[in-house]
Design a protein around this ligand. Structure first.
Ligand code: HEC
Ligand code: HEC
Ligand code: HEC
Length: 462
């Protein structure tokens, strides 16, 4: 249905170049791998921004600025361009990567430090082609790969709004990134391989609402930046469009039709308006998606959110095979040569499981697994942790209703969950039969987690 792998005459050359240069450029481009993690790292604290008061003027101008404001909200520009306690749109938001820190830019109309002197043409070129007024390419932490789909008439409105927001005198911070990763020139190559510019073209086979949804999701909404897995060079894998991806220890779940078809449009809209987790009766969206909802999607009208839901339900992407290299528990390094984790050394699983446990579970269960009795029972010899694997998986996937133990099904990937569960089963004496009367049975594979997920979906079953 949804085919994003466009065919162009350059494809063959690109394919060859990809292979030749993969190793050569891997060092240079590996920088983009952690981009998504960086995105989440700063979003982790889920910050709700306040939109500035704006002088809309009158008549046609006022209408244009209002339209621009709506679109800027749909694009969530404010999340990336407003620092904690900083002025709206003045930039300076850090994006931490393995190679250093990138900073977003000042996009207020200040003529000296912002984009006040940019012409409309320069602005459009930056958004649609990723090229700065000085001719240098942008770094793709700035989602120009998605923004390229925005219609020119919408960019005109966005520019009108940005021209109207209060000026902030704030110089752009230099990226703390060592050469060659700081080298903008290397971007040309990356763009050549992975970036295809071009406005959104409506598909007449579908309704106007579907097209509106596709336009918002693929373009302004840049949802794929978190929900689509990326390749070794940090570019999105089109064939796995929206099938879910790790975002710094969190999991941005599969939002293709494969999962969403079974839900009503109103349920999906409530994810955005009310922070509901699909199928979950008490769980709420947290982290990066909370921020997306509160800084962006909540401002959209119901019709647009329904359009988004309608479109998502029709995405039919290929799903990645389990035999792939996956990222460790949100820390960027590929540690498993995945085979459902059946052959990954237990030592590796325990090590990555521990990292993820510390991050997601230790707040309540404590690093030493002792919990906080009587509210959080100890995991030392816990009947769940030393008992039936399936029960353990179900409990962590779906939580315990009415307690602080939330469902982790949408927050963690199969691999992360498998690592954590293995870690719990191999720690704190849980393998000691003498001590607890039973020994936690063996190894948990990500295949097993997936099987439970496939059976019940990402919803509460308790
Ligand atoms: C995921 C984070 C993110 C989002 C969302 C985002 N930006 Fe940015 N933007 C950046 C970063 C980082 C840069 C700096 C890029 C570079 O150094 O090449 C940037 C640069 C820019 C620039 C170039 C400014 C300059 O001085 O070079 C413009 C214009 C811009 N963004 C506009 C927008 C608009 C408009 C939106 C919303 C529709 C938006 N951005 C959303 C991260 C983001
Ligand atoms: C900054 C990263 C990020 C961006 C951008 C993003 N998402 Fe999400 N999304 C997430 C994460 C992480 C979750 C899981 C939240 C949780 O488990 O609490 C999520 C959850 C969801 C869910 C709920 C799925 C479920 O199973 O309940 C939907 C639907 C969704 N996102 C749609 C979208 C759409 C549509 C867009 C674009 C308009 C978008 N997301 C943009 C990170 C992101
Ligand atoms: C916000 C607090 C909190 C967090 C975070 C948390 N848990 Fe829990 N967990 C609880 C509570 C409370 C219970 C006890 C529920 C009950 O009364 O049955 C529990 C119970 C459990 C049990 C069952 C123990 C037993 O013997 O009944 C397991 C296993 C478990 N959690 C695993 C995890 C894992 C794995 C994570 C991280 C991915 C995690 N928990 C994160 C609060 C939390």
């Amino acid at each position: 249905m949804e085919n994003l792998g466009q065919v162009t005459g350059l494809n063959l050359i690109k394919k060859i170049l990809r292979h030749i240069n993969l190793l050569l450029f891997i060092g240079c481009f590996a920088i983009f791998l952690p981009i998504m993690q960086a995105y989440a790292a700063q979003a982790d604290e889920a910050m709700v921004r306040v939109y500035p008061t704006v002088d809309y003027g009158r008549g046609a101008k006022s209408e244009l600025i209002h339209r621009g404001e709506y679109l800027v909200r749909a694009g969530d520009c404010i999340s990336c361009h407003t620092a904690r306690n900083g002025k709206a749109f003045a930039g300076g938001v850090p994006f931490k990567t393995l190679f250093g820190i990138f900073y977003s830019h000042n996009i207020t109309p200040d003529p000296e430090t912002g984009i006040g002197r940019w012409t409309l043409e320069q602005f459009i070129k930056s958004m649609q082609q990723g090229i700065r007024p000085d001719g240098q390419p942008h770094f793709p932490v700035y989602p120009f790969m998605q923004f390229t789909h925005i219609y020119q008439q919408d960019l005109i409105a966005i520019k009108a709004y940005l021209d109207a927001v209060p000026k902030a005198y704030q110089r752009n911070r230099k990226n703390d990134v060592p050469w060659p990763f700081s080298w903008r020139f290397s971007q040309w190559f990356w763009c050549f391989l992975f970036f295809k510019s071009g406005e959104f073209k409506p598909d007449t086979k579908y309704s106007a609402k579907w097209n509106r949804g596709a336009y918002l999701v693929r373009g302004l909404g840049h949802c794929g930046m978190c929900h689509t897995p990326i390749n070794l060079l940090g570019a999105p894998k089109h064939k796995y469009f929206m099938v879910g991806s790790d975002v710094s220890g969190m999991y941005a779940p599969d939002i293709t039709g494969h999962r969403l078809k079974r839900y009503a449009i109103a349920d999906i809209v409530n994810v955005f308006y009310k922070d509901y987790i699909l199928g979950g009766d008490s769980a709420r969206v947290v982290g990066p998606m909370y921020e997306v909802n509160h800084n962006s999607l909540r401002y959209l009208n119901r019709s647009d959110l329904e359009s988004i839901a309608i479109y998502l339900q029709t995405i039919s992407s290929q799903h990645p095979p389990t035999k792939k290299i996956i990222k460790s528990a949100g820390h960027g390094k590929s540690v498993y040569k995945n085979n459902g984790l059946a052959k990954t050394p237990m030592k590796t699983l325990i090590k990555t499981g521990k990292i993820a446990y510390e991050r997601h579970c230790a707040v309540c269960h404590q690093s030493n697994g002792a919990g906080m009795p009587p509210v959080v029972r100890t995991l030392h010899g816990s009947p769940i942790v030393t008992g039936d694997i399936l029960k353990h998986i179900e409990l962590v996937l779906y939580g315990v209703k009415g307690t602080a133990m939330r469902a982790f099904c949408t927050q963690l990937s199969d691999e992360q969950l498998a690592a954590i569960i293995n870690y719990q089963r191999h720690s704190w004496g849980n393998q000691d039969k003498k001590k607890y009367g039973q020994k936690a049975p063996g190894r948990v594979t990500s295949e097993q987690i997936k099987a439970v997920r496939d059976k019940h979906g990402n919803k509460h079953i308790r």
